[in-house]
Design a protein around this ligand. Structure first.
Ligand SMILES: C[S@@+](CC[C@H](N)C(=O)[O-])C[C@H]1O[C@@H](n2cnc3c(N)ncnc32)[C@H](O)[C@@H]1O
Length: 300
């Protein structure tokens, strides 16, 4: 393809060009947007450091040559290399907040964000929240989201991957939360001590069959963040086995297991999981109270 760089001048030109190119290609949407237009707007506007809303003022502004090269290169990589847009931009949005992301962490997209915005209600009730653990934190989006809603809470972000924790640490700094949010390297609960009022986790949960079928965009994400054995439940089993020991009385465990929820529900016929529903889409997230987990542990 000859470069269209001398034919495209304005922000409007680039939005139109990106939309046409994405429509004509086989890019997969599943990392924060779900359609061509939103993908084009986000890629073009954020590459130019322009706001995503109230930006009509800029539509007929011309790009510099350097900006044109940058935007065209990102459109090319999005289509030819199928790189998720968040990695091209180095940023993703979760609960309306920006997060640094790169290929060391999954692109934030958990429906748990909606639950956090609702203060974990009605599942948490009036239990005070002093300590929260975000297990398998990746970029830290879930734990940092919790810290933004529970303004007094101390939040631990834990992950087995030192690379992921480096990204989480940069997000703690971005949101100026280092006085009450910290990172801990841990293989599930192995290096976790003390008890928490809420343990929340979006662990790896993709089963072997789904992993093989995933669109190319997902292969840019760290395999450690996706794969969890044949039935996708390797990490979820370990979280369920260890959570009661790390929850305060009346505490709450919330875990996302996506499509693997059917297998999980079948594996624990005696555990009273509540499978949550979300207004903004998403499923496969359960909540369970500390007392239910503890009772199940003592019976089994
Ligand atoms: C699905 S990603 C979730 C990231 C983040 N919570 C989110 O919602 O975007 C799962 C994370 O679990 C981490 N992980 C994988 N195995 C782990 C283990 N055994 N112990 C702790 N963390 C683990 C991965 O490094 C990855 O960052």
């Amino acid at each position: 393809m000859t470069s269209p760089i001398d034919d495209l001048h304005t922000v409007r030109d680039y939005l139109r060009f990106a939309s046409s190119q994405f429509s004509a290609s086989r890019v997969f949407f599943g990392h924060g947007t779900d359609n061509v237009w939103d993908e084009a707007v986000q890629l073009v506007m954020r590459s130019l450091h322009l706001p995503l809303e109230n930006n009509t003022l800029f539509l007929d502004a011309r790009l510099t040559r350097g900006e044109r090269e940058l935007v065209l290169e990102r459109i090319r990589r999005r289509i030819e290399e199928r790189v998720p847009m968040a990695y091209l931009l180095g940023e993703a949005w979760f609960m309306g907040m920006p997060f640094h992301v790169d290929e060391r962490v999954l692109v934030p997209r958990s429906p748990i964000g909606e639950l956090i915005e609702n203060g974990f209600q009605p599942w948490l009730g009036d239990k005070p929240v002093g300590r929260v653990l975000d297990l398998c934190t990746g970029s830290g989006c879930i734990g940092i989201g919790v810290a933004s809603v529970f303004e007094e809470a101390h939040v631990d972000l834990s992950d087995i991957s030192q690379d992921a924790l480096a990204v989480a640490a940069s997000n703690i700094e971005l949101h100026e939360l280092s006085d009450r949010v910290r990172t801990i390297q841990s293989d599930v609960f192995a290096s976790i001590s003390g008890k928490y009022d809420i343990i929340v986790s979006n662990p790896p949960y993709v089963d072997a069959e789904d992993l093989a079928d995933m669109p190319e965009e997902f292969h840019h994400e760290p395999a450690l963040g996706l794969a969890a054995g044949n039935d996708g439940l390797d990490i979820a089993h370990r979280i369920i086995a260890g959570a009661a020991e790390h929850l305060t009385p009346g505490g709450l465990l919330v875990v996302e297991v996506g499509n693997s929820w059917v297998a999980l529900d079948e594996a624990y016929p005696d555990l009273p999981f509540t499978w949550l529903e979300f207004s903004n889409g998403g499923d496969g997230v359960f909540a369970i109270a500390e007392q239910d987990l503890r009772q199940w542990c003592s019976n089994s």
